[in-house]
Design a protein around this ligand. Structure first.
Ligand code: MN
Length: 260
């Protein structure tokens, strides 16, 4: 398992994304990140073998078994990408805004059902199913629950890299007919929307000085800390220039509304 491709695509002095480190011990976490880059998509990531196996899902996952969602396999990501939320600055690979749309744990299922039921499987079975192109697994997230399959497509368009999979919900107690992903547009970590993350003063400050909060890997954490710092400063009666700017902006907005 290597993160060479992940590393090759990024400059870590210019992006707040975590460094390419392979974990020795693997857990079974998963994350779905809503990513507003050139095009809005959802990144679906499963922790396996010390990395996050990753797929970009243009329309996002669905709890409706009738939906077969195209999922383009992309480079493995480091496990520490798990809670990455924030802004990837312009000029970087994947530039845009990232929101943690769902997270939780997953487990592989046995490749063959027993009496119509899929039983828990092993990591070895998961790896074999992955290379075969038919991975069955169970999710226990905040939004996504139940049994799923990732199936590699056999038909190849001309120019296709063979990285096209389908993400499919299996029939079970967690399926939802006509599932509408647009009803869920907030972060499960911070309750913010993409616009909230993109317009956050803390994020912007952090983006312009990526090394100043080097210990805080996750941008959302840096944002929270920045807000706390600001509150502290305000309660101590030491209003900085940024809070003055903000209240001036607020007044402007009010005026705008009155005249509208
Ligand atoms: Mn992405």
């Amino acid at each position: 398992m290597t993160l060479d491709e992940y590393k090759r695509k990024r400059r870590f002095d210019a992006t707040p994304e975590p460094p390419p480190e392979v974990q020795e011990k693997s857990g079974h976490r998963f994350v779905v990140q809503m990513h507003r880059a050139t095009q809005l998509h959802y990144d679906f990531r499963l922790e396996l073998d010390g990395v996050l196996k990753s797929w970009a899902v243009p329309r996002g996952p669905s709890l409706d078994p009738a939906d077969k969602r195209l999922a383009m396999q992309v480079e493995d990501h480091p496990v520490s990408y798990f809670d990455f939320e924030g802004i990837i600055p312009e000029g970087n690979y994947g530039a845009g805004t990232v929101l943690v749309w769902d997270l939780g744990t997953w487990r592989p299922l046995s490749p063959v059902p027993v009496n119509g039921q899929y039983l828990p499987g092993t990591d070895a079975e998961a790896k074999a199913m992955l290379s075969k192109g038919d991975l069955k697994f169970r999710l226990d997230g905040r939004r996504l629950k139940g049994d799923f399959a990732l199936v590699r497509m056999r038909t190849r368009r001309p120019g296709s890299k063979g990285n096209e999979w389908l993400l499919i919900k299996k029939h079970d107690a967690h399926e939802v007919e006509d599932y509408d992903i647009d009803h869920y547009d907030t972060s499960v970590l911070t309750d913010r929307t993409l616009d909230g993350i993109a317009g956050d003063d803390g994020s912007r400050e952090w983006r312009s000085r990526p090394t100043s909060r080097g210990k805080l890997k996750a941008a959302w954490l840096a944002d929270a800390v920045a807000k706390l710092d600001q509150k502290k400063a305000e309660s101590a009666g030491k209003k900085g220039p940024s809070s003055t700017r903000r209240s001036a902006k607020k007044k402007q907005n009010k005026r705008g509304k009155q005249s509208a």
